[in-house]
Design a protein around this ligand. Structure first.
Ligand SMILES: [Zn+2]
Ligand SMILES: [Zn+2]
Length: 504
């Protein structure tokens, strides 16, 4: 196939088109997948490309047990999403030993053939050559600083790490222009109502709802907004190059000079900012309240695997929150992610964790959601309601899993709403060992959907979002994490006031 040059990358930047994404539009009929565009009678949805891009950014922030110590300090953490035929095969991030691209090769090997990869930074030439060799179909990357930073040491002409970064960027371009896979920047413009939709659904989600129930005098909207601002500040520092001249320098070195001309440059930056804002909202839906709120067992079972550190649990739950932004349900978005703790050595930045599956609530694959009823209990008669047609997030995560659930491993489900009676037996029989969720709806019957069985689900350790003091019989394993991850530091810096308020 023809070389992939900068003009080709330019074409992939969907901001300059009137049709959001040709490929997505073409596939609507086949897969029931829509873009951000608002369909009549339906809320906006994240496109798959934007969802995977956001997940890659979020994976870059996966909490690490120890501070990363690399030989080359100019190499930043990178997040990666591996997708095969629209199914997520893996969520990864770089570790002290390996770059994210190398992790993918080690973990997936020949299964990378035909995969689409979404990186939070342009991968270095070492990663690129292996991925091209593996026969991946597409490599999409976030157009910020590269994996080997082009900005650090830039103004010092004698800085050897900067010289290395330039050499690597040149090699990466050469690999790109001689390779078959499509190497591009794939950002799609957000529907104008998308930001508002994510903002509102984040504020209305059960995690903040639980805080509101526990603290009737607390202004949860304020809490959300404060959290949102903190996140936005952090994420912009991490993923956005504030200085325009520096950003153009990086784009030029990465072979994206066409983005430097107007209006492309402004459009690109606006799309980047919009996506970062969505990420800030999704992350604010599960606020970091340090020791006050977390996922704890109500009554610890004697047996079972230890709980994950709270910062890791929160990270996984926010992955599920991002997935929920692609819901096909007109009102309630739910996301579910399944991870397992493997026995293998820790080459991935996620440690021994590996992804088993993920999903969101949607109509059956192969259908268009316009073909099914979208009414809820307030409208029409029961036969016209949506409930009998929508697949739940847990069901999709189990159905489209990329790995088997192994009896000898701790397999964990993270879900943004209390599992309903339709899902509870599936979770129990699938071999899930731990579930991290909220029980705000537990023991309720909400018209066509009931939540009576979750409480009685045995054999699965339930870690419920709650105030720590309300978790009875605290076991040692529920103790707050000692990991000094990014989230923990952030919590210490920014939430002192909020904690005081909640404690009083
Ligand atoms: Zn690399
Ligand atoms: Zn369900």
């Amino acid at each position: 196939m023809a070389a992939s040059d900068s003009r080709r990358s330019h074409r992939d930047f969907e901001g300059n088109r009137s049709i959001p994404n040709g490929e997505e539009v073409r596939n609507v009929r086949d897969t029931g997948v829509q873009t951000d565009a608002k369909i009549q009678g339906h809320g906006p949805r994240l496109s798959k490309a934007n969802l995977f891009t956001l997940l890659s950014l979020w994976m870059e922030l996966f909490p690490k047990k120890e501070p990363q110590q690399r030989e080359n300090d100019a190499t930043g953490d990178t997040g990666l999403v591996v997708v095969h035929e629209r199914m997520v095969l893996g969520l990864h991030c770089s570790s002290a030993q390996l770059h994210a691209g190398q992790v993918a090769v080690v973990k997936h090997g020949p299964r990378l053939k035909g995969c689409d990869l979404y990186f939070s930074r342009k991968p270095c030439s070492t990663c690129l050559k292996m991925l091209i060799n593996a026969g991946v179909s597409r490599i999409s990357y976030w157009p910020g600083d590269a994996e080997i930073s082009l900005l650090s040491g830039r103004h010092d002409h004698t800085d050897s790490s900067h010289q290395e970064a330039i050499l690597d960027a040149t090699a990466a371009e050469r690999l790109k222009s001689n390779s078959r896979p499509h190497i591009c920047v794939l950002l799609q413009p957000l529907d104008c109502t998308m930001q508002q939709f994510v903002d509102e659904s984040s504020q209305n989600c059960d995690f903040l709802g639980k805080i509101a129930v526990d603290n009737p005098t607390l202004n949860v909207k304020d809490l959300f907004r404060r959290e949102w601002w903190n996140n936005l500040d952090d994420f912009l520092k991490k993923f956005f190059i504030n200085d325009e001249e520096q950003h153009k320098y990086v784009l030029n070195k990465m072979g994206l000079e066409n983005f430097c001309a107007e209006p492309n440059f402004s459009n690109l930056r606006q799309h980047m900012r919009n996506l970062i804002t969505v990420l800030a909202s999704a992350a604010a839906s599960v606020p970091v309240l340090e020791e006050n709120y977390g996922f704890f067992m109500r009554e610890p079972l004697g047996m079972g695997s230890p709980a994950l550190p709270q910062d890791v649990v929160r990270h996984c739950i926010i992955q599920a929150r991002l997935l929920a932004c692609r819901t096909e349900d007109p009102k309630v978005g739910v996301g579910a992610v399944i991870w397992a703790e493997g026995k293998q050595s820790q080459c991935d930045g996620t440690g021994q964790l590996y992804l088993v599956g993920c999903g969101y609530n949607a109509y059956p694959v192969g259908s268009q959601y316009a073909e099914y009823p979208q009414m809820d209990h307030k409208q029409e008669e029961r036969q016209y309601r949506k409930y009998r047609y929508i697949l739940h997030a847990e069901q999709n995560a189990l159905t489209f899993r990329s790995a088997e659930i192994k009896e000898e491993e701790n397999t964990m489900m993270f879900v943004t709403k209390c599992p309903c009676d339709e899902c509870v037996p599936l979770i129990g029989c699938a071999g899930i060992k731990q579930i991290y969720t909220t029980d705000l709806d537990s023991n309720k019957v909400k018209h066509d959907i009931s939540y009576l069985r979750f409480d009685k689900l045995n054999g699965v350790q339930k870690f419920i979002w709650q105030q720590k003091s309300s978790a009875r019989h605290m076991s040692e394993q529920d103790a707050p994490p000692t990991a000094n991850g990014y989230m923990k530091r952030k919590a210490e810096e920014t939430h002192f006031q909020c904690n005081k308020r909640l404690r009083s």
